[in-house]
Design a protein around this ligand. Structure first.
Ligand code: NAP
Ligand code: BGC
Ligand code: ZN
Length: 365
């Protein structure tokens, strides 16, 4: 079968030939339909996040997949059912551990998991993949074409669940939300705040000039675009308003600290970005004081579990369909898969508008 693999830090994604995997007991064989690309894939390709499986020098990419069950292999799944795989698995050579047994692999510390397509395990960018049945979340037929958005939405389901949990000890009625980053994760999250979560006032920060497809999506949603070149994050309260929730999806390390200033008293910021090392000065005393005297919280969040995938499937069914048409800017078959990675390959993507979300299609739906 064909798969898309990379030697992290040393090349761009390539088509490779691999044997069709055999499902072990408890696993199903899945035929891959579509696999999305996000900022993490570029970090993996660049070799600054994640890593290859033990004993391998390349990694099959892809962690945002939707597929169809080809062989249930004695599990409860049905042949022909559409499914989305979760990302984490127990480390190679182990069957399970306490985090997986509790259904909370997303809370496992490093060393207690691998992530398919990111660290230590091959991903889903292949014509077929196998997976334990309990790591395959069913999606309704009507959502199969956008099923690759379940994983990124699940990331936000988890982050906002944890953020809300930090505010659950008092009567918290959030009305304003600021998303940092107008990449695919930021845009999907801004759409959630505006539509399914029903926030009164939603803002999204970027650093691009109009006209830009991501800003057009924000305009259509009714989200206020904030240009970080004109309004730094720490000045947002004066220019706009203090925010009840900040959701950081830029990976720009200063934003973690500037979020503290952007928050309203009693607010919470969820940090999602995965930056590289970067030393800079902050006034630690002032930020510490700000957190304490205004009951503010910062929460880091990574990955998501099966329940977040189920919640994301529900969210996906409620988001307006025009959003998918505008956010998913390109779906490419294997013959032109390079176009799904415009920032990592030399493929001629000049004809494409600035891409927001791309995906590789292994089989049309
Ligand atoms: P992405 O497509 O690279 O989006 C990041 C966006 O932030 C880009 O649109 C970029 O703008 C913008 N940005 C960066 N620095 C900025 C600044 N100083 N001011 C304004 N805008 C800025 O990545 P993504 O897929 O949406 O993911 C976002 C981040 O979340 C990444 O760091 C990714 O690794 C992380 N992530 C974490 C998890 C988790 O589980 N914690 C899950 C998924 C993703 P330009 O495009 O104009 O440069
Ligand atoms: C993935 C998560 C993963 C995280 C860190 C994200 O892009 O969506 O599932 O845990 O990267 O590797
Ligand atoms: Zn991701």
């Amino acid at each position: 079968m064909k798969a898309i693999a990379v030697e992290p830090g040393a090349g761009s994604p390539e088509l490779v030939e691999l044997p069709v995997p055999e499902p072990a007991a408890g696993e199903a064989l899945v035929r891959t339909l579509r696999v999305g690309v996000d900022g993490t894939d570029y970090e993996v390709i660049d070799g600054c996040h994640g890593g290859v499986p033990d004993g391998d020098d390349r990694l099959v990419l892809g962690h945002e997949a939707v597929g169809v069950v080809e062989d249930p292999n004695g599990t409860d799944l049905e042949r022909g059912q559409y499914v989305v795989p979760t990302v984490r698995r127990p480390p190679s050579g182990t069957e399970t551990n306490a985090y997986f047994e509790r259904g909370e692999p997303d809370m496992a510390p490093e060393g207690e998991y691998v992530e398919r397509g990111i660290v230590g395990a091959h991903g889903f960018m292949a014509e077929y993949f196998t997976s334990p049945a309990d790591a395959l979340v069913p999606v309704p037929d009507a959502l199969a074409h956008v099923g690759f958005l379940v994983e990124p939405i699940s990331i936000t389901e988890k982050a906002l669940e944890h953020a809300a949990a930090t505010r659950s000890a008092f009567d918290w009625q959030p009305e304003s939300a600021l998303v940092l980053g107008n990449g695919s994760l930021g845009l999907l999250t801004a759409a959630m705040f505006e539509t399914t979560l029903g926030y009164d006032r939603v803002y999204c920060l970027g650093r691009r000039d109009r006209p830009d497809p991501s800003i057009a999506v924000l305009d259509e949603l009714g989200v206020t675009y904030v240009d970080s070149r004109e309004t730094p994050v720490s000045e947002i309260p004066e220019t706009y308003e203090p925010m009840d929730v900040v959701y950081e999806a830029t990976g720009y390390a200063k934003h973690a600290f500037e979020s503290i200033d952007a928050l309203a008293p009693n607010g919470v910021a969820a940090l999602l970005g995965v930056p590289g090392d970067w030393s800079f000065e902050v006034d630690g005393g002032r930020l510490h004081r700000e957190l304490v005297l205004h009951n503010k919280a910062l929460v880091g969040s990574v990955n998501s579990n099966r329940e977040h995938f189920a919640a994301a499937t529900d969210t996906l069914s409620q988001l307006p369909s025009w959003l998918f048409e505008e956010v998913v800017t390109g779906i490419y078959g294997l013959e032109e898969f390079e176009r799904a990675f415009p920032a990592a390959t030399t493929a001629d993507s000049a004809a494409d508008d600035t891409p927001i979300k791309t995906a590789v299609e292994f089989e049309s739906i």
